[in-house]
Design a protein around this ligand. Sequence first.
Ligand SMILES: NC(=O)CC[C@H](N)C(=O)O
Length: 194
Amino acid sequence: MTGPRVGVLALQGDVREHVDVLEHLGARVTRVRRPEDLAAVDGLVLPGGESTVIDKLSRTFGLREPIVAAIRDGMPVLGTCAGLIMMADRLADGIDGQQTFGGLDVTVRRNAFGSQRESFETELIVPALGEPPVAATFIRAPLVEEVGSARALAFLPGGSIVAVEQDGLLGLSFHPEMNGEDRFHRRFLDRVRV
Ligand SMILES: NC(=O)CC[C@H](N)C(=O)O
Protein backbone atom coordinates (compact mmCIF):
# COMPACT_ATOMS: atom_id res chain seq x y z
CA MET A 1 0.00 0.00 0.00
CA THR A 2 1.33 3.43 -0.84
CA GLY A 3 0.82 6.32 1.53
CA PRO A 4 -1.31 9.37 0.80
CA ARG A 5 0.20 12.19 -1.23
CA VAL A 6 0.40 15.35 0.80
CA GLY A 7 2.14 18.69 0.46
CA VAL A 8 3.90 21.01 2.87
CA LEU A 9 3.80 24.66 1.80
CA ALA A 10 7.52 25.36 1.49
CA LEU A 11 7.81 29.12 1.08
CA GLN A 12 9.04 29.91 4.61
CA GLY A 13 8.89 28.41 8.09
CA ASP A 14 9.42 25.03 9.77
CA VAL A 15 8.92 22.95 6.64
CA ARG A 16 11.43 20.19 7.41
CA GLU A 17 9.90 19.32 10.78
CA HIS A 18 6.53 18.68 9.15
CA VAL A 19 8.06 16.72 6.28
CA ASP A 20 9.85 14.49 8.78
CA VAL A 21 6.70 13.72 10.82
CA LEU A 22 4.64 13.01 7.69
CA GLU A 23 7.28 10.78 6.07
CA HIS A 24 7.66 8.92 9.35
CA LEU A 25 3.92 8.22 9.16
CA GLY A 26 4.31 6.79 5.66
CA ALA A 27 3.02 9.73 3.61
CA ARG A 28 4.54 10.72 0.27
CA VAL A 29 5.45 14.36 0.78
CA THR A 30 5.87 17.14 -1.77
CA ARG A 31 7.31 20.53 -0.87
CA VAL A 32 4.80 22.90 -2.42
CA ARG A 33 6.41 25.93 -4.09
CA ARG A 34 4.50 26.17 -7.36
CA PRO A 35 0.88 25.63 -8.42
CA GLU A 36 1.89 22.35 -10.16
CA ASP A 37 3.12 21.00 -6.82
CA LEU A 38 -0.25 21.71 -5.23
CA ALA A 39 -2.10 20.02 -8.06
CA ALA A 40 -0.24 16.78 -7.28
CA VAL A 41 -1.30 16.43 -3.63
CA ASP A 42 -4.49 15.49 -1.76
CA GLY A 43 -3.80 17.40 1.46
CA LEU A 44 -1.70 20.38 2.54
CA VAL A 45 0.23 21.36 5.66
CA LEU A 46 0.78 25.06 6.35
CA PRO A 47 3.86 25.31 8.60
CA GLY A 48 4.71 27.76 11.34
CA GLY A 49 6.84 30.75 10.49
CA GLU A 50 5.78 34.30 9.81
CA SER A 51 2.30 34.70 8.37
CA THR A 52 2.98 38.08 6.75
CA VAL A 53 5.89 36.55 4.81
CA ILE A 54 3.96 33.42 3.84
CA ASP A 55 1.12 35.66 2.67
CA LYS A 56 3.42 37.79 0.49
CA LEU A 57 5.39 34.87 -0.96
CA SER A 58 2.24 32.91 -1.76
CA ARG A 59 1.08 35.82 -3.87
CA THR A 60 4.50 36.24 -5.51
CA PHE A 61 4.64 32.54 -6.44
CA GLY A 62 1.08 32.43 -7.78
CA LEU A 63 0.01 30.03 -5.07
CA ARG A 64 -2.54 32.12 -3.25
CA GLU A 65 -5.48 31.59 -5.61
CA PRO A 66 -4.88 27.83 -6.10
CA ILE A 67 -4.65 27.31 -2.32
CA VAL A 68 -7.82 29.31 -1.64
CA ALA A 69 -9.60 27.27 -4.32
CA ALA A 70 -8.28 23.94 -2.98
CA ILE A 71 -9.51 24.75 0.52
CA ARG A 72 -12.88 25.81 -0.86
CA ASP A 73 -13.07 22.51 -2.75
CA GLY A 74 -12.50 20.55 0.46
CA MET A 75 -8.78 19.73 0.50
CA PRO A 76 -7.79 18.72 4.05
CA VAL A 77 -5.37 21.18 5.63
CA LEU A 78 -3.31 21.11 8.84
CA GLY A 79 -1.94 24.48 9.94
CA THR A 80 0.36 25.18 12.87
CA CYS A 81 0.87 28.66 14.31
CA ALA A 82 1.42 30.92 11.27
CA GLY A 83 -0.38 28.14 9.38
CA LEU A 84 -3.41 28.57 11.64
CA ILE A 85 -3.27 32.31 10.97
CA MET A 86 -3.29 31.63 7.22
CA MET A 87 -6.38 29.41 7.59
CA ALA A 88 -8.43 31.97 9.54
CA ASP A 89 -11.34 33.74 7.88
CA ARG A 90 -10.72 36.77 10.12
CA LEU A 91 -7.68 38.34 11.81
CA ALA A 92 -8.18 40.51 14.90
CA ASP A 93 -4.96 42.43 14.23
CA GLY A 94 -3.52 41.68 10.80
CA ILE A 95 -1.02 44.24 9.56
CA ASP A 96 -2.08 46.54 6.74
CA GLY A 97 -2.99 44.57 3.64
CA GLN A 98 -2.29 41.18 5.24
CA GLN A 99 -4.39 38.45 3.68
CA THR A 100 -5.14 34.90 4.72
CA PHE A 101 -6.23 31.91 2.65
CA GLY A 102 -9.25 31.53 4.91
CA GLY A 103 -11.52 28.51 5.23
CA LEU A 104 -11.70 28.24 9.01
CA ASP A 105 -14.64 30.18 10.40
CA VAL A 106 -12.62 31.72 13.25
CA THR A 107 -11.12 35.03 14.36
CA VAL A 108 -7.42 34.74 15.22
CA ARG A 109 -5.21 37.18 17.11
CA ARG A 110 -1.52 37.08 16.16
CA ASN A 111 1.27 37.23 18.76
CA ALA A 112 -1.44 36.97 21.41
CA PHE A 113 0.80 36.32 24.40
CA GLY A 114 2.86 39.52 24.30
CA SER A 115 6.57 39.77 24.92
CA GLN A 116 6.45 38.30 28.45
CA ARG A 117 5.45 34.89 27.15
CA GLU A 118 6.79 34.91 23.62
CA SER A 119 7.66 31.24 23.85
CA PHE A 120 6.69 28.49 26.27
CA GLU A 121 5.92 24.80 26.52
CA THR A 122 2.99 23.22 28.27
CA GLU A 123 0.90 20.07 28.36
CA LEU A 124 -2.56 20.24 26.84
CA ILE A 125 -5.48 17.94 27.43
CA VAL A 126 -7.05 17.29 24.04
CA PRO A 127 -10.18 15.16 24.51
CA ALA A 128 -10.34 14.38 20.78
CA LEU A 129 -6.91 12.70 21.04
CA GLY A 130 -7.27 11.09 24.46
CA GLU A 131 -4.27 10.16 26.58
CA PRO A 132 -1.50 11.13 27.04
CA PRO A 133 -1.75 14.94 27.09
CA VAL A 134 -0.14 16.82 24.20
CA ALA A 135 3.29 18.39 24.74
CA ALA A 136 2.85 21.76 23.05
CA THR A 137 5.42 24.40 22.12
CA PHE A 138 4.09 27.94 21.67
CA ILE A 139 6.31 30.44 19.80
CA ARG A 140 4.94 33.95 19.34
CA ALA A 141 1.71 32.09 19.06
CA PRO A 142 -1.74 33.19 17.91
CA LEU A 143 -4.96 32.55 19.82
CA VAL A 144 -8.40 31.81 18.48
CA GLU A 145 -10.60 34.60 19.80
CA GLU A 146 -13.88 33.51 18.35
CA VAL A 147 -15.18 30.36 16.68
CA GLY A 148 -18.11 30.41 14.31
CA SER A 149 -18.91 27.00 12.88
CA ALA A 150 -15.47 25.59 13.79
CA ARG A 151 -15.11 23.39 16.87
CA ALA A 152 -12.62 24.10 19.66
CA LEU A 153 -10.43 21.04 20.33
CA ALA A 154 -8.10 22.34 23.05
CA PHE A 155 -7.85 25.14 25.57
CA LEU A 156 -5.14 26.63 27.76
CA PRO A 157 -5.91 26.57 31.50
CA GLY A 158 -7.33 30.13 31.33
CA GLY A 159 -9.79 29.04 28.64
CA SER A 160 -8.04 30.39 25.54
CA ILE A 161 -8.69 28.28 22.45
CA VAL A 162 -5.52 26.84 20.90
CA ALA A 163 -6.82 24.14 18.53
CA VAL A 164 -9.80 24.16 16.18
CA GLU A 165 -11.32 21.86 13.61
CA GLN A 166 -13.88 22.35 10.89
CA ASP A 167 -14.50 19.48 8.48
CA GLY A 168 -11.06 18.63 7.05
CA LEU A 169 -9.39 21.77 8.40
CA LEU A 170 -7.30 21.51 11.55
CA GLY A 171 -5.62 24.61 13.00
CA LEU A 172 -3.23 24.68 15.97
CA SER A 173 -1.67 27.64 17.81
CA PHE A 174 1.33 25.53 18.76
CA HIS A 175 3.93 23.25 17.12
CA PRO A 176 3.37 19.51 17.67
CA GLU A 177 5.97 18.85 14.97
CA MET A 178 8.66 20.14 17.34
CA ASN A 179 7.76 17.76 20.16
CA GLY A 180 7.60 14.39 18.44
CA GLU A 181 3.81 14.63 18.74
CA ASP A 182 2.29 12.99 15.66
CA ARG A 183 -1.37 12.53 16.57
CA PHE A 184 -2.55 15.69 14.82
CA HIS A 185 -0.66 14.67 11.68
CA ARG A 186 -2.29 11.22 11.90
CA ARG A 187 -5.67 12.88 12.18
CA PHE A 188 -4.87 15.01 9.13
CA LEU A 189 -3.73 11.96 7.13
CA ASP A 190 -6.95 10.14 8.09
CA ARG A 191 -8.90 13.01 6.52
CA VAL A 192 -6.75 12.83 3.37
CA ARG A 193 -7.40 9.08 3.02
CA VAL A 194 -11.22 9.45 3.14
N1 LIG B 1 5.55 30.28 15.43
C1 LIG B 1 4.85 30.96 14.55
O1 LIG B 1 4.44 30.44 13.51
C2 LIG B 1 4.66 32.41 14.85
C3 LIG B 1 3.60 33.10 14.04
C4 LIG B 1 3.92 34.57 13.84
N2 LIG B 1 3.88 35.27 15.09
C5 LIG B 1 2.98 35.18 12.81
O2 LIG B 1 2.32 36.12 13.08
O3 LIG B 1 2.91 34.70 11.72
